[in-house]
Design a protein around this ligand. Structure first.
Ligand SMILES: C[S@@+](CC[C@H](N)C(=O)[O-])C[C@H]1O[C@@H](n2cnc3c(N)ncnc32)[C@H](O)[C@@H]1O
Ligand SMILES: [Zn+2]
Length: 179
């Protein structure tokens, strides 16, 4: 196998891509860097193996660059995201119809799971958690990030510790049976 020299030039930043926004995945790699590596280190028609595929960026960029791919991940969520990101075409009309139906049936109930006690101090709009950071390094404190739906630029972004009640709400939700 021919070993190529490493990439020794900078890869200019490009905009985030809609295809990778289906679901947040921690440690998802920047698509334009992955794409450059694929073009540099592999040949068209070749096979790219990603045994820890996460959100499928390597898989999708490989396909776009006319390579074949084999993907694997321990996490079923990663497999689901990768499969649905890499396989096209998607019937967007059917997808939207299905989504609107689900939103009508359970949208409000789902949003209560993410609801925060605090209202937006700028416009009074209800705030919902965008994501929560928790783990052994947090010593039991959970950090929440939220963004007001009315935007307000960077002033509409909030990062703080969850209150005891908000934390308990999540603990209660996680104890529920999944039907
Ligand atoms: C850093 S993420 C990969 C992110 C990916 N490059 C992307 O752009 O989305 C690492 C992945 O390795 C998976 N993983 C960790 N240990 C594994 C194992 N033993 N077998 C398969 N997958 C594993 C995790 O579930 C996680 O999705
Ligand atoms: Zn607001």
């Amino acid at each position: 196998m021919e070993v190529k020299r490493p990439i020794d030039y900078s890869i200019p930043r490009k905009k985030d891509c809609a295809r990778y926004k289906m679901h947040k995945y921690w440690a998802g790699k920047p698509w334009y860097v992955v794409s450059e590596y694929i073009r540099h280190f592999t040949k068209e028609g070749g096979i790219v193996l990603d045994p820890f595929c996460g959100s499928g960026v390597v898989g999708c960029e490989s396909l776009i660059n006319n390579r074949k791919v084999i993907l694997n991940d321990l996490n079923p969520m990663a497999v689901f995201i990768s499969k649905n990101t890499c396989c096209s075409p998607v019937d967007l009309r059917a997808f939207l119809e299905e989504f609107e139906g689900i939103k009508d049936r359970i949208g409000e109930e789902i949003m209560t799971m993410y609801e925060l006690e605090q209202l937006c101090p700028i416009c009074g709009q209800r705030l919902y958690a965008k994501h929560i950071v928790r783990g052994p390094s947090q010593n039991g404190d959970w950090i929440v990030e939220a963004r007001c739906r009315n935007s307000h630029g960077s002033k509409g972004k909030f990062r703080r510790y969850l209150t005891q009640r908000e934390k308990q709400n999540i603990i209660n939700i996680e104890k529920r049976d999944i039907l």
